[in-house]
Write a protein that binds this ligand. Structure first.
Ligand code: PHE
Length: 393
């Protein structure tokens, strides 16, 4: 995967990293900052209407309800496990899945260490072995993962992955020997993932790229042509025979495939969310936009503060509310984010009705000053009287 720490890094690079961080390895313990600890609590994939949970449910649905490939196994049902602790020991995270001892991904420069033997998982592959060991043969693992990384619009120290695994015994697939079994598993993997990509992205161009992961052989990457560009969407492969053994299975009798995908990147393209930080927003204008089961286009909103002003006037029978809205828009050059009628009052004696509107002035790219908002509001009051011929209260 692009940006993946699991692709082979050149020997020189590893050595450089080793020397550079040699001093830090000794005191690897506790490099998890408080902001990250706070993110560990959020579990965005459980937040209804959050793009991460919407997308993960769409993917789950594909595995749980569709006949995914030509190989059908009676009684097989994909389960999705999302309750693993994101703190895992280095054995599960690295040793069991054959990540070399000197690999950069083990460095405290790349991975958050809770103590010398415990990390914040940098990938959901950390749970492969325990799932396979507990006799699961078709499963997904969903979780928040963490990597120390550069800062830009598509990288963030916390993101989300979904892992998928399917295991067959040779009889189920009529495999003659190990090589034959591997070939069948690889074909099934490809069929599964092409089905998944068209389930989520629709009918689009795809291509396979060779890749290198320690835990799969062969290893591949799937790319899709989406939003006018090739985008890498997942890493996958046939589970390495030694990983099968580490999970208590006999590779002469059973074979399996695995994939891992980054939900945040998928969601950014599908929902057209321009900045990965938005996923962590607690703003109602973000969360309020999305609906369960639907991929909708994100509507940008301003990060700058709101400034509320109220206006109240008497209305007649022929009052035209949209005319008032147009006047507001014209008056403040689109600086108004919303207008809400907060009160309607009918005078008991005169039967005259008045309306009070709350106007939210907010600029998309800068702070508004009090003076300019006051000026717009003052002009608006004048124009309501002169142009709409309404009487202010
Ligand atoms: N764990 C890999 C990553 O995070 C993805 C992967 C999972 C690749 C399973 C192959 C098999 O980059």
């Amino acid at each position: 995967m692009i940006g993946s720490v699991f692709v082979n890094t050149s020997r020189r690079q590893v050595q450089f990293q080793k020397r550079f961080f040699a001093s830090k390895i000794g005191r690897a313990g506790k490099n998890i900052p408080p902001q990250i600890q706070e993110m560990m609590e959020r579990k965005l994939y459980n937040v209804t209407n959050h793009p991460i949970s919407i997308l993960s449910n769409i993917i789950r649905k594909y595995f749980e309800t569709e006949k995914i490939t030509d190989i059908e196994i009676p009684g097989e049902k994909f389960i999705c496990e999302s309750s693993f602790n994101s703190l895992v020991n280095t054995k599960k995270c690295f040793d069991d899945v054959l990540v070399p001892k000197d690999h950069v991904s083990r460095q405290p420069s790349d991975t958050y260490y809770f103590d010398d033997d415990t990390v914040l998982r940098p990938h959901t592959s950390a749970h492969q072995i325990e799932m396979i060991r507990s006799n699961h043969n078709a499963f997904l693992v969903l979780g928040d993962v963490y990597r120390r990384d550069t800062v830009d619009k598509t990288h963030y120290p916390a993101f989300h992955q979904m892992e998928g695994v399917r295991i067959f015994n040779y009889d189920q697939i009529n495999a003659k020997d190990y090589d034959h079994a591997k070939k069948i598993a690889e074909n099934d993997l490809k069929q599964t993932l092409l089905g998944l990509s068209s389930h989520v992205f629709g009918n689009i161009e795809t291509r396979w790229m060779p890749e290198n992961f320690p835990f799969t052989d062969p290893s591949l990457e799937l790319e899709v042509f989406y939003n006018e560009d090739w985008m890498e969407i997942l890493g996958c492969g046939v589970i390495h025979d030694q990983v099968m053994r580490n999970a208590g299975r006999d590779p002469e009798k059973e074979v399996g495939w695995a994939f891992g995908l980054g939900l945040d990147r998928w969601a950014m393209s599908l929902f057209q969310i321009p900045d990965i930080r938005l996923f962590w927003s607690k703003d109602e204008r973000f969360l309020g936009q999305f609906k369960e089961g639907e991929i909708t286009t994100f509507e940008p909103y301003s990060k700058f503060p709101a400034c509320f002003k109220d206006i109240t006037f008497w209305i007649g029978e022929d009052y035209d509310e949209n005319g008032f809205m147009e006047l507001i828009r014209d008056n403040s050059q689109d600086m108004v984010e919303s207008v809400e009628c907060i009160d309607t009052f009918t005078h008991p004696k005169t039967q005259k009705t008045s309306k009070c509107y709350r106007i939210n002035y907010r600029h998309m790219d800068r702070n508004l000053t009090n003076e300019e908002v006051d000026e717009w509001q003052f002009k608006l009051r004048e124009r309501v009287e002169s142009e709409l011929e309404l009487e202010l209260r």
